[in-house]
Design a binder for this molecule. Structure first.
Ligand SMILES: [Zn+2]
Length: 393
């Protein structure tokens, strides 16, 4: 499991990783941490990765998709952030080739930040120019492999608008290219999801899930390590198809990289903050009010309370502590990841199917009066249930 450095409550992460490591490392769970390089710069990132000592995998993500010249360019870097790492200002325009020295500079900045897995820049690949973009991604990989030292692991970092996984022809072209490079043992693949309207929503696009399934099955067949950054529980689901790791974190941005609804700020109106809680029994993040209501109405057997130390602290606090909830969320996802890591690769699918079915059953059996607000429904569960129990396609 990879934990992304969040914008808020980042200070909680090193401790959460240490607790997950001490409780679940024996299950075979490997921990990684991924920190975005452009926003924070080299020395701040180095400091952060250094604090995350229990993470075996350290990534300083060059986030090519955040470059002002990128096709997607999201998140947008502020003027001040654009000056933090040197490669941002010298980035090539979308659709133009990067020169060798720029690709190597991107790798060196990651090394300077203390990363042990080095990524290609990860500029978004334009599906309208597929052949050229894949050739350019190949050149970036050549330059990275030329740059890495003996103890550094190179990873092919590809950033893809969802069409790449949804469209059969594009997907075929992508998979052929991935398989062709037998010197790329680690695939770090970030897919831009179509619009997600709900807070902490997962993708419900079944064609996209089919794309993930084929990608993960290909990785398993070809014996490559597929890491799916910023996918949250959708990435966890993909472990059942052959992905090796997924990226998550306490924020919704670390659980889904997606188009988001544009909400115009209304003058004089401050949006209220909703306190939220990651509910393991429902495999979903819901409001604290809803969580408390479920905990009151249902038996501990039906809605088991979390016994993590963050929840113990939360119970003793007088007011809701969002940073403690962030620690719980990461820890609880570590527990879910370890439940899968402890199984042989061939048994992972059935364990995930069992957990999805359990959550879906719980959700479908909620008694009258304790239903969730429609905006909070874990609508991904029925889609996933069909995915994990459906006949192989
Ligand atoms: Zn907890």
């Amino acid at each position: 499991m990879l934990v992304h450095r969040p914008g808020r409550y980042a200070a909680v992460i090193p401790g959460a990783l240490a607790r997950i490591h001490s409780d679940f490392a024996r299950s075979g769970l490997t921990l990684g941490v991924s920190a975005g390089l452009p926003k924070k710069g080299v020395s701040d990132t180095a400091n952060y990765l250094d604090q995350c000592g229990t993470a075996a995998i350290k990534i300083a993500d060059p986030e090519g998709f955040a470059l002002p010249t990128d096709l997607v360019a999201d998140p947008t870097l502020t003027e001040a952030q654009r000056t933090k790492v040197s490669y941002v200002q010298s980035a090539p325009q979308a659709g133009t080739p990067a020169d060798r020295s720029w690709n190597k500079q991107v790798a060196r900045e990651q090394r300077a930040a203390g990363a042990n897995v080095l990524l290609t820049p990860g500029r978004s690949l334009d599906p309208n120019n597929a052949t050229w973009e894949l050739a350019e991604a190949n050149r970036a990989l050549d330059d990275l492999i030329d740059e890495v030292d003996g103890d550094e692991v190179p990873a092919w970092n590809l950033t893809l608008p969802a069409t790449w996984l949804i469209d059969e022809n594009l997907r075929g072209q992508l998979l052929a290219e991935l398989v062709d490079r037998d010197d790329a043992l680690v695939w770090y693949i970030r897919v831009r999801w179509p619009l997600i309207r709900r807070s902490f929503g997962q993708t419900l696009n079944s064609q996209l899930l089919t794309g993930y399934r084929e990608l993960a099955e290909t990785a398993r067949l070809e014996d490559r390590a597929l890491l799916l950054p910023a996918t949250g529980l959708t990435g966890w689901l993909a472990l059942s198809w052959g992905a090796l790791g997924f990226g998550t974190g306490p924020s919704s941005a670390s659980q889904a990289w997606a188009d988001h609804p544009r909400i115009a700020a209304r003058p004089g109106v401050t949006r209220t903050t909703v306190n939220r809680f990651f509910s393991s029994p429902l495999l979903h993040t819901i409001s604290v009010d809803s969580h408390n209501s479920l905990a009151r109405t249902l038996s501990a057997n039906d809605y088991p309370p979390c016994d993590c130390s963050y929840c113990e602290t939360q119970a003793e606090a007088l007011t809701w502590q969002p940073q403690t909830a962030a620690g719980h969320a990461v820890y609880a996802m570590g527990r879910l990841a370890s439940a899968v890591a402890s199984r042989r690769r061939s048994e992972r699918a059935s364990e995930i199917a069992r957990l999805v079915r359990r959550s879906n059953d719980l959700y479908n059996s909620l008694p009258l009066g304790s239903q969730l607000d429609p905006k909070e429904e874990p609508e991904h569960l029925s889609v996933w249930q069909a995915e994990v129990t459906g006949s192989p396609r």
